[in-house]
Design a protein around this ligand. Sequence first.
Ligand code: ARG
Length: 461
Amino acid sequence: MKKNPSRNVHFSKRPSNLLDQINASIDVDKRLFKEDIAGSIAHAKMLGKQKIISKKDKDKLVSGLKSIKSDIEKNKVKFSRELEDIHMNIESLLLGKVGKVAEKLHTARSRNDQVVTDLKLWIKNNSNEIDKELKIFQKTLINISKNNINTIMPGYTHLQIAQPITLAHHLLAYVEMIGRDRSRLKGCLYNLDENPLGAAALAGTSFPIDRSYTTKELGFREPTRNAMDSVSDRDFVIEFIFVLSLVGVHLSRLAEEIILWSNQNFNFIFLPDELSTGSSIMPQKKNPDGAELVRAKASLMIGNLTSILNILKGLPLSYSKDLQDDKSLIFNSYDNLLLCLKVMNETLSKSKFNKPRMREVIENSDSTATDLANWLVQNLNYTFRDAYKTTGNVVAYCNKKKLSLEKLTLKELQIFDKNIDNSAKKLLSATNSIVIKSSFGGTSPKNTKKMINFAIKKYLK
Ligand code: ARG
């Protein structure tokens, strides 16, 4: 049985099995091994540079740590639960490699500053993978948009048909959301880029350490300024999980739309067979399980966010073991989000949009009513409220006659104002409605083209 160096002589008994079960985190935090070793190497080098340990000892520690890293990478290491966590496991492996000198490594540090350093490094090392997937997803959305600048579909508010828009306009809304997510991720990385190593347990240390040196070695921007805050701060975990949750929320909104669009009543999208499942009883079924699970994973991520917020809210300074549970939340959100991004990317790039159906739905709605009201303002000098009322009467007429606005003849329109002319009638087609929405941010194809070029420059370079 391996002896856990963090259990001092004043313990007369080994931990109970139950304590082991609740306390050991190695199954989760072994994922931090690279960062833990990087932190230890920087620390050992600093101890050597500051003459807190000899150069010879420093060299032994560094080469021992490097060789442990390669052993772990080659799958040659079996971690032990008795040693609780990745930190004690690596310390014990180091003892096996270089002997007694390994016991010098923990001079002037604590697991408290060690673990928070590891975690910050892990987020720094792994968030580029998220950013990469976000960018790929934006690219997919932009590519589909490029081919659908003129694809007309209903735009909704309250899930009621509101006005004609284009598919490009709809998808580019997600490009914006993801753009903000990417900048939030950057902001989160900026905020966490302070090195906690050297805070020791909570009070700093009496050894003449050089925190600027480890800061540079580990690639942090600057050292943290308060040792207590350094070891008890998990704001960066909250921020990171929040950013991931919000991406999850954005994906979930699109997933929900895909689920609706693939429903027979909408019938706007054909999902690829390879991303749909069947029913075990109903032979005709084709279910959008991928999108449904993306929707569910967003809930799990939000759960992780509320968990970490709650873990922190009642915690007195500084470190308490509650903080150990932050890692499974981070890893769970991270893994789920990467998977969701890949699934959504594949779903969208392989789906086919049912353009005739989308046009049919918009043409059978009264979704150009606002355009008629605007026309009355622009051409017959109505106030907007008068125009709104008159157009309301036109819509009521359509409902009574069971006609859509677009089908009204000029004569019928002139019942409401004899000055209405053919240019108003023309306006009532969805195609025209799209073209005239040329304000900045509007759905007109001309504007959309500009937006696409802007998005390519801003997000895809
Ligand atoms: N495994 C612990 C964690 O993840 C490391 C820090 C332990 N510190 C302590 N004082 N027991 O939080």
